[in-house]
Every structure is written in structure tokens, then in C-alpha cells.
Design a protein around this ligand. Structure first.
Ligand code: ATP
Ligand code: MG
Length: 354
């Protein structure tokens, strides 16, 4: 997929902005604080319904304004859709081809973007929640029913937790546990299959970019004992869960971990190695999406060249050039040798020129 035009209004330092990007590599250059990351954030908003930076809508909406809007004309294998999203303190409004949509996910299935930004390190070194989000984003774009089943699981989990805390009735607990177990089996199967595909691509990137770290391993933990069904586990742990007041096992506790033969501790990686490993995870996610769908997600790479030496940057750029993806890269500067193949935009305090 590719953006034919991007418009945004009242988002961070931008009063309004309109960009016609190239189908391939786009480079946003500018000084610190000029607005480069904000442009990527606008695209991320269309694909995820939220920013990758903290602060919620208050940080995103231009100071003194009520609402920010993002609009994109998006071409996906020959079909063009007009996607619009408005965010205010009260919530969001989404439109596809000028029609309002009732659920945000109706918009998000149309636009897929993979973003590598300084916070992406979290996929390796951060809490499990970020890794669950990463894997579930991948599953969602393969199986759109993911969202429905995940929400059904969450509803059952909330009910079980409520009954645990309030000394609830056992027969009611049976009902919610059965609901959890049904959803858990499907979620676990999808996650397992997704990570199996991801592993193949991930190991290819790592072998090219980080051979010095030796054999990588990717371990999936489904969130409960591997030799029992969730219904059995919940029954066995019910008493202890009542004492704790919450459910300690289930797919809401799933995780996956990337390890290296020569760096068994995650914190043994250098900053550049961590960035390359995170890049490898996200570009493997890009590869799997491309394999399973007839199109490529957008690639958003914030401050790509920071922390990478010339040889690694060249390897990554060579991959990006051949990926067929519409790619958006930001930087305060960028090596001249790559610029002739890119459409370059200069960003200056909320103003952009091509
Ligand atoms: N809600 C807001 N209202 C107005 N301005 C804002 C708001 N949020 C952020 N800004 C300003 O918008 C500008 C854009 O920030 P952004 O992070 O996009 O810059 P950048 O070009 O990526 O900078 P860097 O090179 O430092 O990463 C900054 O000057 C910031 O102070
Ligand atoms: Mg930035």
C-alpha cells in the first residue's frame, strides 16, 4: 500500500500540512523540534488509532486547539480509499471514503504501518505488554477476527477477576473460565503460528546484520503451563487466585523473547545492536505481512541513521530499496550517498518544502 497524499491539521506544531510522497523512499530532513517525527506520528495514527509517543490526545493536538485531523489517500493494490481520522479530548471520529465508521478498527484494517522509533527498543528490553502488542498486531492483520475473540477473552477475564475479588459463586466462575479457555485456545494457536512465520524472516535479518551475536533463539511463552489446558490450570489455581484477587495465568500473560548465543542477557547488547535487533523484528513483521497479504505495509523509520555505523546503515538501506515498500525516513541529516534515490522534504518549524 502507499499514500498518494497526506494532509494533517492542528497536529503538534503543524497548523496544516499537505504532502505528496513518492511511492518508494521518502526522507524528512530538519533540525530538532521541526516536526519530522510528527509526520510519522500522523501516519501511525491512521494505522494504530493512537500515537507511538506518550501523552495521549492532549500532547498530540496543537496547543490551543480542540481537535487534530489526519487524512490520507491510500492506494492498496489498485484501490484508492480516502481515510480520515479526527482526535479530540472526547474521542475519535473516523471516515472511509467520506462515510463515518462505527468502530475504529474498521479504519485500522485498511492502513498498516510498521514503525521503528527510539521506543522500539522496548520490543527487546521493555515489559511483556509491548511484545504482546507487537505479536497481536501481526495476528490482527492476518485474521481480522482476532479483535473480536481477544475482546471476548478480556470480558470473561474481567468477570472472573471480579468474582475472585468478591468471593463469587463457583458455578459462575465455571462459566467465565469456559469462555476464557475457548478464546485462549484460538489466540494461542494464532500467536504460535504467527511467531513461527516471523522466526524464519527474523533469523535471516539477524544473520546478515548481527552475525557476531551467534545463534539467535525466539521463545514463545503462551501464558500458562505448556502441558495443561487453560481450563485445568484455572481450576487448579482458583483458590490461590482468590487470595491474590486476579487471574495469574492465561493468554493475557503471554510473551516472546529473543535471545542470542553470545549475549544471553538482553542488557548485554550495545545500543546499536539493540536498534538493529529491534529493526530486524519489525522488518520481519513487514516480511510476514507481505507474504500473507497481497500488499506491503508502510514503513516509518524515525531517526534511522542514529546509532548505526555506515556499513549497517548501507545494509538496511539496501534492504529498504528492494522491499517495494513506501518508506518514510526522518533525520537531522542523512548520508548524501543515499539521497539521490529518495524524495527529500525539508521540515522547518511546522512548514514543509519538497
Ligand atoms: N501539542 C503541541 N502543540 C504545539 N507544539 C507541539 C505540541 N507537541 C509538540 N510540539 C512541538 O512540535 C515540534 C515537533 O516535534 P517533533 O518531535 O515532531 O520534532 P522532530 O523534528 O522529530 O525533532 P527531533 O529531531 O528532535 O526528533 C516540537 O518543536 C515540539 O515542541
Ligand atoms: Mg523526532
Amino acid at each position: 500500500m502507499r499514500v498518494l497524499r497526506l494532509n494533517l491539521a492542528q497536529l503538534r506544531c503543524f497548523e496544516s500540512l499537505s504532502i505528496v510522497p513518492s511511492a518508494g523512499l521518502n526522507l524528512l530532513l530538519g533540525a530538532n523540534g521541526s516536526g519530522k517525527t510528527s509526520v510519522l506520528e500522523a501516519l501511525f495514527l491512521l494505522s494504530h488509532g493512537r500515537s507511538f509517543r506518550p501523552g495521549g490526545s492532549k500532547a498530540l493536538i496543537r496547543r490551543g486547539q480542540e481537535e487534530c485531523t489526519v487524512y490520507a489517500e491510500l492506494d492498496t493494490v489498485g484501490h484508492t480509499h480516502r481515510l480520515g481520522l479526527a482526535r479530540s479530548a472526547h474521542g475519535w471520529r473516523a471516515r472511509i471514503d467520506a462515510q463515518s465508521v462505527p468502530r475504529l478498527s474498521d479504519l485500522l484494517v485498511h492502513c498498516a504501518a510498521i514503525c521503528v522509533e527510539p521506543g522500539s527498543h522496548g520490543v527487546l528490553t521493555g515489559p511483556a505488554e509491548g511484545r504482546r502488542r507487537f505479536m497481536d498486531w501481526g495476528v490482527f492483520h492476518v485474521e481480522h477476527t482476532f479483535l473480536e475473540i481477544w475482546q471476548s477473552y478480556q470480558r470473561c477475564l474481567l468477570q472472573r477477576n471480579f468474582l475472585l475479588r468478591t468471593n463469587g459463586d463457583s458455578t459462575q466462575l465455571d462459566v467465565w473460565e469456559q469462555g476464557m479457555a475457548n478464546a485462549a485456545q484460538w489466540l494461542d494457536g494464532q500467536r504460535h503460528a504467527y511467531l513461527g512465520r516471523l522466526r524464519v524472516r527474523l533469523l535471516e535479518h539477524l544473520a546478515r546484520w548481527l552475525p557476531e551475536l551467534g545463534e539467535p533463539t525466539l521463545n514463545y511463552q503462551r501464558g500458562w503451563a505448556s502441558d495443561a489446558s487453560l481450563i485445568e490450570v484455572l481450576a487448579v489455581h482458583r483458590m490461590r487466585d482468590r487470595e491474590q484477587g486476579y487471574t495469574r495465568q492465561g493468554p493475557h500473560r503471554a510473551d516472546w523473547l529473543l535471545g542470542f548465543e553470545h549475549a544471553p542477557e538482553r542488557h548485554q547488547l550495545s545500543r546499536g545492536q539493540t536498534k538493529l535487533a529491534a529493526l530486524a523484528c519489525l522488518l520481519a513483521q513487514f516480511d510476514v505481512f507481505r507474504e500473507l497479504r497481497a500488499t506491503t505495509p508502510l514503513l516509518l523509520l524515525d531517526d534511522l541513521s542514529a546509532e548505526l555505523d555506515a556499513a549497517h546503515l548501507d545494509q538496511v538501506m539496501t534492504y529498504l530499496q528492494s522491499s517495494g515498500a513506501q518508506t518514510w525516513i526522518t533525520g537531522t541529516d542523512f548520508p548524501q550517498r543515499w539521497q539521490p534515490g529518495m524524495r527529500v522534504f525539508h521540515v522547518e518549524h511546522g512548514v514543509l518544502r519538497a
